[in-house]
Design a protein around this ligand. Structure first.
Ligand code: NA7
Length: 318
């Protein structure tokens, strides 16, 4: 069993900017935007929103993470409910469906405000369709408007302003978020007014990614057993029609043993769990995805939860 050290948590660099921001010609909305969750994704997004001139009010469970944003011009509130009071549109970007629901239905959560007239709530945390529907219902019952805006992409893509946004729900909210989405994403899709569709599309894309990564890891582990240079395999792979930016980048990380989290392994396994639950409800057979989930689960047990999902390579080498 390898000795596992936690990956270093990189402090957010408030001065770094994506190269693409200057070309985007962003006219910031005059609305006030709330932001719940200043993890790696949330921080990167909020930093760029402030830079492009948006008025932002933030909250994070670990309050210390808010400090750099106060210095950059954001207002900080004590609870999610306080953020909702102060903002017109509230984004949420936390780790998982449970966290996303806690922030809406929990103590000091969004729904404690009871009347959400003139407020809109945008769920950016990766959640399953049922969670999104529950959150959307809760918001609508209090007269608020709801949009799911799933963010597809790695932490580096977020830093580069190159996310893809998959949105569904209230179209007016989608339009009011235009300048925010233009700041953080290279493409934005509105997938209809039915809540849940955007979550499904996001999880389907994650399935393709997870299954591909496990295939790549197993193939490279076999090459390693033959003492064939992994760099040679990747160079040749680059010349084939199979190449993709993701697999090339992940292959290089596997060859170097550099698992700095771009997309944490725990998030990838969470997505597989959500996908398999959706499939179960439909009696849809997904044998390869099930095995992929087992591989990710085992790699988590080996201590690689907080590393990049490319750390599945470590397990494949056993
Ligand atoms: P991180 O960097 O792991 O950050 C997770 C964030 O979620 C962080 O702000 C956490 O607060 C917050 N969190 C987690 N659970 C809860 C609960 N129960 N209540 C309140 N806040 C919570 O993840 P990323 O930023 O990379 O990703 C966030 C989402 O974007 C994720 O769904 C991705 O799939 C897309 P903390 O700082 O630990 O107090």
């Amino acid at each position: 069993r390898p000795v596992v050290t936690r990956p270093e948590t990189q402090a957010i660099d408030m001065n770094s900017r994506s190269n693409t921001l200057a070309d985007r010609d962003i006219v910031p909305s005059e609305l006030t935007f709330g932001f719940l969750g200043l993890g790696m994704m949330g921080s990167t997004i909020v930093k760029d929103l402030i830079y492009t001139g948006h008025k932002v009010v933030v909250w994070n469970r670990t309050i210390d993470k808010c400090q750099p944003f106060v210095e950059a011009g954001a207002e900080v509130k004590d609870t999610p409910m306080d953020v909702v009071e102060a903002a017109d549109i509230i984004f949420c970007c936390v780790s998982d469906p449970k966290g996303a629901k806690d922030l809406v239905f929990g103590n000091c959560g969004v729904l404690q405000l009871k009347d959400l007239r003139n407020k809109a709530y945008v769920e950016m945390s990766t959640v399953d369709p049922d969670t999104s529907l529950d959150i959307g219902e809760g918001i609508k019952q209090c007269n608020g408007r709801y949009l799911e805006a799933q963010i597809h992409g790695s932490r580096q893509e977020a830093a580069d302003g190159m996310l893809i946004i998959l949105a569904g729900g209230d179209r007016t909210v989608f339009e009011e978020c235009h300048s925010c989405f233009k700041t953080i994403a290279k493409n934005t899709f509105f997938l209809g007014t039915d809540v849940g569709n955007a979550c499904k599309v996001n999880l389907i894309l994650q399935t393709i990614q997870a299954v591909s990564l496990v295939g790549l890891a197993e193939a490279l582990a076999l090459a390693d057993r033959f003492s064939i240079s992994l760099n040679d395999i990747i160079d040749i792979f680059d010349l084939t029609s199979m190449k993709s930016p993701l697999l090339l980048a992940k292959g290089k990380e596997m060859a170097k043993g550099d698992f700095n989290p771009q997309q944490p392994l725990s998030h990838m396994q969470r997505d597989l769990r959500l996908v398999l639950n959706m499939a179960e409800n439909l009696d849809q057979s997904m044998p390869v995805t099930s095995i992929t989930n087992e591989v990710f689960k085992h790699t988590k047990r080996l201590g690689y939860s907080e590393h990049d999902s490319s750390a599945v390579f470590v397990r494949s080498r056993f």
